[in-house]
Ligand binder design. Structure first.
Ligand code: ZN
Length: 507
């Protein structure tokens, strides 16, 4: 195709993508409003607004002319280098378009219906601790997910096609390899920590922590690590999240407990980490793949890095603890920095994923990944799922929930059809540790900088190496380019051992 024709086709494609971004960001704003401000009676009409917009967007995304433009561009000069801006845009738009158009309409509709029904049924089943009530719907969902995988296509495993929705380009075998390596070293580490006679005194974290002061302190920390409140907000919700709704509008939410400091603070830092990624995407590419986040795993690597590798480090608190003491004089005035540091790094096997710590968290994810993979491959029947869940908790964490409500029914993901989502949480931890090691190699003594309140060198490094790249490279390749290594459990295990061995006096 002549060059000028290719350019004008690419321009059409970009204009179309920017229009889709207007629709998507508008939905994001409606969703944010629903979860933070909407009066209870407004819910029904809001659902109508959102479902209309979702349908409208889907129609636009799958419009036949988009397929024609992509076909025209396939052999053009613009697409020749998949890592150029235009090449990466075209390649990723092709991928997204194929995923959206390969699914038969009837399957899409049944999955959407089942997802709504599933979440309602899951709430009831969890409340009644009655897995049997939820079972038929889960069985049907898994059948449909297998059909989805078949429609999308895969090389080796149906699970590849499902994982690809959240972690584009990732392969089950690679993820399993990294997670199995992690499990082999993590299970004994968790057992050793659980057996250690050294335990932190958690009393310091509980006390009088006025919500307005917590908010002030959370904003101060988020600003220090580089979240820009001139193009962002922090509000209150039940379930913290981060949502972008424009190139200059990224919103965080958190929740507060007036008797506890750490819950809110670390979820604020976590969401701020997501927000810093979104704020670091190239504004002029907003709506195009080169202005979008790579994957859920990479997104989570940013939130986990700021929450755990930075926010739970001793160096971070060398700088912030005196400020926290001044802010919460009554509760922290008599607590030492080291006691506080140990308390925010308490590790113990527990039943609930969302309340678990930096070390055990990955075992919760491993259990879910192994079970959902077995379900999709038909190596595990849904009827046997609750007992399989308990068996894995006994094996990996040494504990068992007395109920299914706090066992297999604790997460919403499967009820909404989100298979392939869980591993992205652990991929985030693995990537975070690997990026962080590389950042130290490139920048020098990061911990020394943190202790002086200097967080911008790390943020700028992340911005240049990761955020500004958008979707130029798939996650695994981006990781390799930034760190020179394939993804593995090594960096995370090195970090966990270096941090927790002295705290729990392990040899
Ligand atoms: Zn997150």
């Amino acid at each position: 195709m002549a060059n000028h024709t290719a350019h004008s086709t690419y321009e059409k494609l970009c204009t179309h993508a920017r229009e889709v971004a207007i629709l998507n960001s508008t939905q994001s704003l409606l969703g944010w409003d629903e979860r933070t401000k909407l009066p209870p009676a407004g819910g029904e009409y809001r659902a109508e607004q959102m479902s209309y917009l979702a349908g409208f967007t889907h129609k636009k995304l799958t419009a036949p002319e988009v397929g024609d433009w992509l076909a025209e561009l396939a052999d053009s000069n613009l697409a020749a280098d998949p890592h150029s801006d235009a090449g990466a845009d075209i390649l990723n738009m092709r991928r997204d378009y194929d995923r959206k158009t390969k699914l038969p309409q009837a399957l899409v509709e049944e999955l959407a219906k089942l997802s709504v029904l599933g979440q309602q049924l899951w709430v009831e089943a969890r409340k009644a601790n009655d897995f049997a009530r939820f079972r038929p719907l889960l069985e049907r969902t898994i059948e449909l997910k297998r059909q989805e995988a078949a429609a999308i296509g895969y090389d080796k495993e149906p699970y590849d096609a499902l994982l690809d929705e959240f972690e584009p380009g990732a392969k089950t075998s690679e993820v399993a390899h990294a997670l199995n390596g992690l499990r082999e070293q993590l299970v004994p580490l968790v057992a050793a920590i659980a057996a250690s006679p050294h335990k932190p005194n958690l009393a310091a974290l509980h006390g009088n922590y006025p919500v307005d002061l917590q908010e002030q302190f959370g904003r101060r920390c988020s600003t220090a690590i580089g979240f820009d409140f001139n193009q962002g907000r922090l509000d209150t919700t039940n379930h913290p999240f981060c949502a972008g709704m424009g190139p200059y509008d990224v919103r965080l939410t958190t929740r507060y407990d007036a008797q506890n400091l750490s819950g809110s603070l670390f979820s604020t830092l976590h969401e701020a980490g997501h927000g810093i990624y979104d704020q670091g995407l190239r504004k002029e590419h907003y709506g195009l793949p080169t202005g979008e986040a790579v994957s859920l795993g990479i997104h989570e690597s940013q939130s986990r890095m700021w929450e755990n590798l930075v926010g739970r480090s001793h160096a971070f608190w060398e700088f912030f603890f005196p400020i926290a003491q001044e802010t919460f004089r009554e509760s922290l005035g008599h607590v030492s920095l080291d006691d506080f540091y140990f308390a925010i790094n308490d590790v113990r096997p527990s039943l609930i994923r969302t309340e678990s710590d930096e070390v055990t968290y990955n075992l919760h994810i491993l259990i879910r990944f192994e079970l959902e993979l077995a379900l999709i491959n038909d190596q595990l029947k849904v009827v046997d799922l609750p007992e399989a869940w308990h068996a894995k908790y006994r094996e990996y964490l040494g504990i068992q929930s007395p109920t299914d409500a706090d066992g297999v029914l604790q997460d919403v993901h499967w009820s909404s059809g989100a298979f392939g989502y869980f591993p992205t949480y652990s991929l985030g931890n693995l990537y975070a540790a690997q990026f962080f090691e590389q950042a130290i190699a490139d920048l020098g003594d990061l911990h020394g900088m943190f202790a002086r309140g200097e967080f911008m060198p790390l943020r700028e490094w992340l911005r240049n190496k990761i955020h500004a790249e958008g979707r130029r490279y798939p996650a695994a390749e981006l990781g390799r380019r930034v760190t020179g290594k394939a993804l593995s459990h090594d960096a995370l295990m090195r970090h966990l051992r270096a941090k927790f061995s002295p705290l729990y006096d392990l040899r």
